[in-house]
Design a protein around this ligand. Sequence first.
Ligand SMILES: Cc1cc2nc3c(=O)[nH]c(=O)nc-3n(C[C@H](O)[C@H](O)[C@H](O)COP(=O)(O)OP(=O)(O)OC[C@H]3O[C@@H](n4cnc5c(N)ncnc54)[C@H](O)[C@@H]3O)c2cc1C
Ligand SMILES: NC(=O)c1ccc[n+]([C@@H]2O[C@H](COP(=O)([O-])OP(=O)(O)OC[C@H]3O[C@@H](n4cnc5c(N)ncnc54)[C@H](O)[C@@H]3O)[C@@H](O)[C@H]2O)c1
Length: 458
Amino acid sequence: MTDSDVIVMGGGAAGLAAATTARRAGLGVVLVSDGDPGGDCTFTGCVPSKTLLHAAARGMPFGEALARVRHTVARVAATENDDVLRQQGINVVRGRARFVSARTVSVDDRRMTARQIVVATGARPAVPPIPGLGRVPLLTTETVFDLAEAPGSLAILGGGAVGCELAQAFARLGVEVTLIETQPRVLPALDPEASAALSEALTEDGIRLRTGTAARAARMDGRQVLLDLDDGETVRADRLLVATGRRPDTHDLALESVGVRTDERGFVLVDRYMATGVKGVSAAGDVTGLFPHTHGAYAMGRIAVTAGLRRTRRPAFDPSSIPMVVFTDPEVAVVGTAERDLSGTSARVAYLPMTEVDRAITSADPCGFVKLLACPRRLLGTVGGGRVLGATIVAERAGEMIHEPALAMRTGMFTGRLAQAVHAYPTWSLAIQQTAAQFVGGHGGRTARPAGQRARDR
Ligand SMILES: Cc1cc2nc3c(=O)[nH]c(=O)nc-3n(C[C@H](O)[C@H](O)[C@H](O)COP(=O)(O)OP(=O)(O)OC[C@H]3O[C@@H](n4cnc5c(N)ncnc54)[C@H](O)[C@@H]3O)c2cc1C
Ligand SMILES: NC(=O)c1ccc[n+]([C@@H]2O[C@H](COP(=O)([O-])OP(=O)(O)OC[C@H]3O[C@@H](n4cnc5c(N)ncnc54)[C@H](O)[C@@H]3O)[C@@H](O)[C@H]2O)c1
């Protein structure tokens, strides 16, 4: 029996953050990982997908692009492997962890106890119950980066972040891509204008978008996959990638035996301190379903440990000002509240198309926009432009630009400060200054409008 202060189940972003935070606090830590530390982000998520997008944008041949992916994954994995963790004093145990009690975990025939246990077991691709799909050799994000050669054609189910990013990467690598999304638009959870701008870009890349329709059956015809869609069309492709979301990896943890509650999809229920309600047991990362991105997983992993250490001023997880980015070209970046949730309120919207931003004009294709949302401040009203509630940016560098409004939100800044701060010319970020100026006077004839009201001039 091994005894320690903290046992972390899972070696992905959340688990690594929990383990390193605990170690830095001087605690004895056991990290149980059933695979190489790094998890989804390093091996099957962010790192391979961003490398593939980068290689595809530079016109690399498929074989070279996939070799680049393997090389990059190995490079990142080497920064967080067992040796690196052991040097930090983290005791890495390989195997699959399972609860024996709220203080005891088993890994194969080994038992370990700790005062605190962090569940950070992540999520796995979810495959929808489409008749015939079980008999089709499908790809998921766990296998797509292992392809030895380029398929001639690829059908992708799901137009979320994975579907859009990989559709563009494969299309630019010369693969004929059809993207099928049940909702009426790609990235259905985001601002409709962002979906429209990205749809245009994906279509320009030669991707066939089939939105607002579902596959009702899947079958093989020789070596090809056939998908019968609701609207009567049959999509034929050499390979099929399923990117329809993820399910939590909790089925064999014996959570119920220790009283840890899950929602109807199996995600672990936690409060804002990442506590499960069972004393000493917390959870972090994708397994909670709260904010399924690496930086969210890191933040949750840190909080799961630090909140357990402190009685007062406990850090809490607050995703309201954490940005997320879809790394397509153009990038789509979002933080905070969306315009559709502000209709009928006193919130105002400032909008600037990239066709009016000099840096975008100097690039080949000035597509996209910046949209900032702000509301009056208590007692002060719209003085100083109010405070920032959210932003959606579609632009070549949207992923970098989004952090300025995110910081404004996090620090409760007056929106007008973004307009006052002199930005360098001609940067992409200058678009933030120009958009913010619409809350405090105007810019280029544009002023902020009430949320939910369509602008006359796009
Ligand atoms: C294709 C793709 C691209 C993505 N791109 C981005 C991006 O660009 N930016 C971004 O922020 N996010 C991105 N994400 C999301 C990001 O990868 C995840 O949000 C993040 O990796 C979640 O980390 P986690 O630690 O919660 O879970 P995971 O990384 O899944 O880690 C959980 C680990 O626990 C292990 N495990 C499971 N059960 C047990 C057990 N019983 N015992 C021991 N170990 C166990 C698992 O094998 C895994 O290694 C992407 C995801 C995908 C699929
Ligand atoms: N850049 C990033 O931060 C990034 C990139 C990729 C993935 N991720 C994360 O990884 C996770 C998985 O991404 P994802 O894109 O698979 O999930 P998702 O939930 O973001 O998107 C899944 C999409 O599939 C659609 N869908 C569901 N069932 C379908 C069906 N039967 N046929 C066609 N479409 C269907 C949904 O409407 C949705 O648009 C998400 O949590 C995502 O946030 C993040």
